[in-house]
Design a protein around this ligand. Structure first.
Ligand SMILES: *Cc1c(COP(=O)(O)O)cnc(C)c1O
Length: 226
């Protein structure tokens, strides 16, 4: 039973890598310019192990507490893990987030940028930050509004000295994401931001065609979540 399940996620993972490579080439891009962030939220160490053993190192979690329960174990075994916080960050979780993650994709307000900057004074770590953009201007979704991106990036860089490494978006559910990916790419260009975190299991090929450098793929590798 367990053997079969493990084998399946590894097979799915290998297929995703092939599809990433194909879509990158189709877009005239180097496949190595697209990083697959394997999203492990709700999955356990036993589910993650075969993918790590296969040599994968970039993983994403959307909750700080959940990540704390899983990842220190693997950190002790692998010194080259590349962990990504892809979910919203609350002020009271900043300390743990800075301790645990190498990349934070959800910088979306001054209060959080400031809290992170202050925490970095206490625990100096080299973290790559992505500003989350609410490209669909959906009220229930976090992220900076497109019209505020320029001023917010300036605040992050000048006031808080954060390395704004990329922009991130989650397009509205069930709509064609292309225009959202294109908007994120344009906003990155306009603000000299070099990386784009966009595309998930259902739409990563479109995201790659639009320039994604980080795709966040969960269910297509690990199976459907409960
Ligand atoms: C869960 C999650 C993903 C992965 O979603 P899948 O559809 O399972 O690939 C990507 N990004 C964020 C922000 C998520 O929370």
């Amino acid at each position: 039973m367990i053997e079969k399940k493990l084998e399946t996620s590894l097979e799915r993972y290998n297929k995703i890598l092939e599809r990433v490579s194909l879509s990158a080439k189709k877009a005239g891009r180097d496949p190595a310019s697209v990083r697959v962030v394997a999203v492990t939220k709700t999955f356990e160490q036993a589910d993650i192990r075969p993918i790590i053993t296969a040599g994968h190192r970039s993983f994403g979690e959307n909750r700080v507490q959940e990540a704390r329960s899983k990842w220190p174990f693997f950190r002790a075994l692998y010194d080259d893990l590349d962990l990504h916080l892809i979910g919203p960050l609350q002020s009271n979780k900043v300390k743990d987030a800075v301790m645990l993650f190498d990349n934070i994709h959800s910088i979306d307000r001054s209060k959080i940028a400031e809290a992170v900057a202050l925490e970095l004074l206490k625990q100096p770590r080299k973290i790559k930050f992505f500003v989350q953009v609410n490209t669909g201007e959906e009220p229930q979704k976090s992220g900076v509004l497109p019209r505020d991106v320029k001023s917010f990036i300036k605040v992050c860089r000048e006031n808080y000295k954060l390395d704004v490494f990329g922009l991130m978006c989650i397009p509205p559910h069930n709509l064609n994401p292309t225009s959202h990916f294109e908007m994120l790419s344009r906003l990155a260009n306009e603000n000299s931001v070099m990386h784009l975190s966009m595309g998930m299991s259902e739409d990563f090929e479109i995201a790659i065609a639009c320039g994604a450098t980080h795709i966040r793929v969960g269910s297509a590798i690990f199976g459907t979540r409960e």
